[in-house]
Design a protein around this ligand. Structure first.
Ligand code: MN
Length: 237
């Protein structure tokens, strides 16, 4: 039996006092947090998910993995793209920004397949020299159930996202930032009905990213993004 491809998943660094019910004496201890639904999506698509700890050098770890999921989370520090912060809604986590950029450096150097989701799309763009619109309330569906489908997305044909998703679909929307300037060697291949960037892919590396959350939708087990990642990863291990 061919072993399942090993898929690294990025997380967030928190502190012990941010865990409800944790012991007070552990308040200052670092805690790395990983939402389980990304790993569940990888598992359902036939991959083996592993967490990427903040304390490992991605240059050491990424060559041992077959694929990477860059997950959702807080805003990227706007200073990474030459701007001052205009919003305090989701304060930046600079350690994570730095770590995920190193993950991308290593993934690109190794030709490792990457799937970005939400903030994952945004870090792919900023890593490539792109910028973000810092607050786009019409995409911030934070007051409705997470699987609520807020808008339609149209995919360009003859692209990876168009190939796996088809002409269009309706999606959830849990982001308040969107791509402004597109980064080097990236192509916009999906847009929502208001013209916002909802999908990016790399011109010549196996890197795709979407702005919505397929891992939160009831269609997760059949989602083409996870299937694409596992298929790409399977050819490399
Ligand atoms: Mn959206």
């Amino acid at each position: 039996m061919t072993p399942q491809p090993l898929i690294g998943i990025t997380g967030r660094r928190k502190r012990g006092d941010q865990l409800v019910g944790n012991l007070n004496i552990l308040a200052d201890f670092p805690v790395d947090v990983y939402y389980a639904d990304y790993g569940q999506g990888v598992l359902e698509a036939g991959g083996l998910p592993v967490h990427i700890p903040f304390d490992v050098d991605p240059a050491e770890l990424i060559p041992r993995l077959d694929g990477v999921v860059l997950t959702g989370g807080a805003d990227i520090d706007p200073r990474r793209y030459g701007q001052e912060s205009l919003t305090n809604a989701f304060p930046p986590e600079p350690l994570r920004d730095q770590h995920e950029c190193a993950v991308l450096d290593a993934a690109y150097a190794n030709g490792t397949p990457v799937a970005g989701i939400c903030r994952g799309l945004q870090i792919v763009n900023v890593h490539a020299g792109g910028t973000l619109y810092q607050d786009v309330p019409s995409h911030a569906g934070f007051d409705e159930p997470v699987a609520t489908e807020w808008h339609q997305v149209a995919f360009d044909s003859d692209t990876i996202l168009g190939g796996i998703y088809g002409h269009g679909r309706s999606v959830n929307s849990l982001h308040h930032q969107t791509v402004d300037k597109v980064g080097d060697k990236l192509q916009v291949t999906a847009r929502s009905d208001d013209g916002s960037v909802e999908g990016l892919e790399h011109e010549n590396l196996p890197v795709i990213a979407v702005q919505w959350h397929p891992e939160m939708l009831p269609s997760r087990a059949d989602d083409p993004l996870f299937a694409w990642l596992i298929a790409e990863a399977s050819t490399r291990h």
